[in-house]
Write a protein that binds this ligand. Sequence first.
Ligand SMILES: Nc1ncnc2c1ncn2[C@@H]1O[C@H](COP(=O)(O)OP(=O)(O)OP(=O)(O)O)[C@@H](O)[C@H]1O
Ligand SMILES: [Mg+2]
Length: 462
Amino acid sequence: MPEAKILVVDDEKLLRWSLQQNLSKEGYTVISAEKGMEGLGMFKEEPPDITLLDIHLPDVSGITVLQGIKEINKDALVIMITAFGDIQTAVKTIKLGAYDFVEKPFNVDKLKILVAKALETVSLRKEVSQFRSQLSLKYGFDSIIGRSEPIQKIFELIKKITKSDATTIMLQGESGTGKDLAAKVIHYQSRRGDKPFMEINCTALPETLIESELFGHEKGAFTDAKAMKKGLFELADGGSIYLDEIGDMKPSTQAKLLKIIESKMFKRIGGVKDITVDVRIIAATNKNLAEEVKNGNFREDLYYRLKVIPILIPPLRDRPSDIPLMAKYFINEFNREFKKNLKGISKETEKYFEEYQWPGNVRELKNIIERAMILESNEDFILPEHLPIEFTSKEAAFANARGLDIKIPVGGLDIEEVEKELIRQALDITRGNQTKASRLLNITRDALRYRMQKFGFLPEKP
Ligand SMILES: Nc1ncnc2c1ncn2[C@@H]1O[C@H](COP(=O)(O)OP(=O)(O)OP(=O)(O)O)[C@@H](O)[C@H]1O
Ligand SMILES: [Mg+2]
């Protein structure tokens, strides 16, 4: 970071001069002040990347200047110049947020290394903040596509949440309905957007690991704990924590989570110190949590704590009007990525899309469009023949149909006749393919053959 600007605040003229010479040679721009208040004024007017600040100044103490600087920018990097042996003051400045300190008289080369290290921190921070602002663009309100009424309502709710300080949100919906997307929009569009978004999948980790991931541990807390580790709650301070698949969280972890939500405090594993954090908890699940509570798998008190603001994302099949719009959106996205120029989906494809049940919801729609655009590239529109077989085959349409609607007539019926009719239909749909027909009926092929024989669909064995 050669174009970096460094502010030196020190009353010793010779020291200012020497620093000016040495640091300029490294390619840095150096500005300097003799007095504390003058230094603070320069900090305000021409914010430097790093400040080298003497503790002993003629007008005010360096500590006062440090506090002033931190009030203007709490992330400012300040290296203190302290008197030899005055460790107590040095430590105090670190507690007040100084990056590091050097004792007078100091070795200029060592100071240069320290400055370079501090500047690395500055540039890393800049990178992170650039990255975050890119994410904030990526997860803008307009990244949620859909004009159906339920999506519009969710959209309005999310807007309200981003402006509020409500700390717990619960997202419920089938797999692929957009829970991750909603969580990220909530985070990146709220005032927490420039702070961390930490996510954890509660299914992926065994119970002991999940606790150490969430709360951190002290050195030696358990056999593998070779060093202190901060948990996600600590790392997410000021930001949000996304607890995915919360329905899979084990009871003992549920109890600890409830305690944090209530007290906003926790201890690292093996630790004694209470740690306070300010995090928004966004929980997500594709289970029916109310049901899980009823079955005793999920704590009722935690359920109600999390459900302060519930967002229920409906499955895609319940909002078919969103499908053409989303299809167009994904086609545009992949056009950009694959450098193609597809115009959309054909009217016929649209029909198949409307009838399909979308077990994988929006994720499935996106994948199907991506696949069609990679494999079948030379058309203007996505046609039915570009779709996976389950969209267009009669067999699939049957398998895809929602439930059976059989009613017993007033005069009763012969169940064997029903069975016979279903077997006849299955063989008809699969054009006599017994393996496929048995799959449609969820019975083994032997069981199908047995029935075929019984109902006279197969020639009698000699
Ligand atoms: N309304 C929407 N607008 C645009 N893209 C969407 C929308 N909903 C979902 N998506 C996209 O669909 C994909 C799946 O969504 P996401 O990962 O958020 O689902 P999920 O509910 O978290 O699923 P799971 O329960 O399996 O984790 C993502 O690529 C996401 O960007
Ligand atoms: Mg998800």
